[in-house]
Structures are given as structure tokens and as C-alpha cells.
Design a protein. Structure first.
Length: 229
């Protein structure tokens, strides 16, 4: 891939190049291996066999000024809103976008703006298809081949990978799109364990521009809420 060729320029150390060659010629990849790479691509994250414990890129990797301002999840069949979060219009500091009730100081929390905790009822696991609407703005640079890969796991069991293409985004634009999630049929035992073990279902959302990782967000999920959908 072109991005790999650019990444293997002389400015990288021999150890980095050795690691790059190793992962390009191996099967599965570990988080430690990816953290050693100068560039992380979609092909790399697709070979992970579990969620990561750390973020694979710092917030500063988002040099395109991409800012997610609203997120909504709805049941496609009924259009019922299942979850919605929006960044306040007056909020210009992304540090303030910390999840309520996290119990951590926003200025010290490395998850600020990059982590969401969901709590659904058990009925959520009966849904076949949901729509996720995201609104975001783009900075002064064009965004080419904007892509998201989202991988869901319960503990170390892979549930499903979703792969969405945002396409091209013009500079200084505000954008809205809805992605359709088609959920897999869950094994009864896995379903029961997911309900009994809140927040052990987790996901990584990897965002790429021109096949290079620029953003990494995380989420965890519980299915023990008492209110109806």
C-alpha cells in the first residue's frame, strides 16, 4: 500500500522497520505490535483479535480538525430513539465532553471525548437493525477517503465488525450521515453472559483518512437498564 511505502522512509528506526515487516507478513496482530508501528492502517486493525486496552493514536493525530458534535441511535423499524448525545453549541473545549458520572477529573482523563458508556435494556439485544446518525465538522483541510472500522467484542469473543465509508468531506464543512447496523444472531449463552456482565461488551472505533489512523474512540455496553426502550 502507498501509505506503508511512505511510512517506511529513512526517518524511521531499524526496529520500527523490522516490526513493520513482521506485522505485514504475519497473521493476527497484537496491540503491542500496532503501538510500535509508525502508521496504522485498516488492514492492521482488522487483524486484532480483541479490543485494545490503550488508544492506538493520540488526539493530536487528528490533524484534520474532525469534531463529532452529535450522535443518535434509533431503532430502524420503529424510529424510536435509543440513545442520543450532543456537544453543547457553546462548548469549544473538547475536554468538557466527558461522560457524566465517570468519576474522573476531566482535565486528567485521557478518555475525555473519546469514550462512551452505553446502558440499554435487554430488549436491545432483540433488535435486528439500528441506525446511527453522526454529525461532525471538518477543519480547513479536505478529508479524503474518510473511513470508520468499528469492532465489537464480548470479552475476547468477536461479535461483529462494521466498516463504513464517509467518502470525501470538503474543508470547513458540517456533515451528517446515518450508518445502518445489522446485528448478528447471538448465541443464547453469549447473550446471557452479556446481560449478566455489564460493560464487558466493548468496542473500538477506528477512523482513517487515506488509510492512515487519525482517531480512535472506545465504548462499552451494558444491557441491564430497567426502563423500556
Amino acid at each position: 500500500m502507498n501509505v506503508i511505502n511512505r511510512a517506511s522512509a529513512p526517518q524511521h528506526s531499524k526496529s520500527s522497520l523490522d516490526m513493520l515487516a513482521k506485522v505485514e507478513n504475519s497473521g493476527g496482530l497484537t496491540e503491542v505490535e500496532l503501538l510500535s508501528l509508525p502508521v496504522v492502517t485498516p488492514q492492521h486493525v482488522l487483524r486484532l483479535d480483541r479490543v485494545t486496552e490503550e488508544y492506538l493514536c493520540p488526539p493530536e493525530a487528528n490533524t484534520f480538525g474532525i469534531d463529532f458534535t452529535r450522535f443518535k441511535v434509533r431503532d430502524i423499524d420503529t424510529s424510536a430513539v435509543l440513545f442520543e448525545i450532543a456537544k453543547p453549541v457553546e462548548d469549544v473545549d473538547p475536554v468538557d465532553e466527558t461522560e457524566a458520572g465517570s468519576g474522573e477529573d476531566a482535565e486528567q482523563d485521557p478518555k475525555a471525548g473519546r469514550f462512551i458508556r452505553y446502558q440499554f435494556t435487554t430488549e436491545f439485544l432483540n433488535l435486528k437493525t439500528v441506525g446511527a446518525t453522526v454529525e461532525f465538522s471538518v477543519g480547513s483541510k479536505p478529508v479524503k477517503n474518510f473511513r470508520m472500522i468499528e469492532r465489537h467484542f464480548f470479552r475476547d469473543t468477536h461479535l461483529k465488525t462494521f466498516d463504513f465509508d464517509f467518502g470525501f468531506c470538503i474543508p470547513n464543512s458540517r456533515n451528517t450521515c446515518e450508518h445502518i447496523y445489522e446485528f448478528p444472531e447471538l448465541d443464547k449463552k453469549i447473550r446471557e453472559q452479556m446481560i449478566a456482565n455489564p460493560y464487558e461488551t466493548r468496542s473500538d472505533s477506528f477512523y482513517f483518512v487515506d488509510n492512515q489512523l487519525i482517531m480512535h474512540n472506545k465504548a462499552d455496553y451494558a444491557y441491564n437498564a430497567t426502563s423500556d426502550l
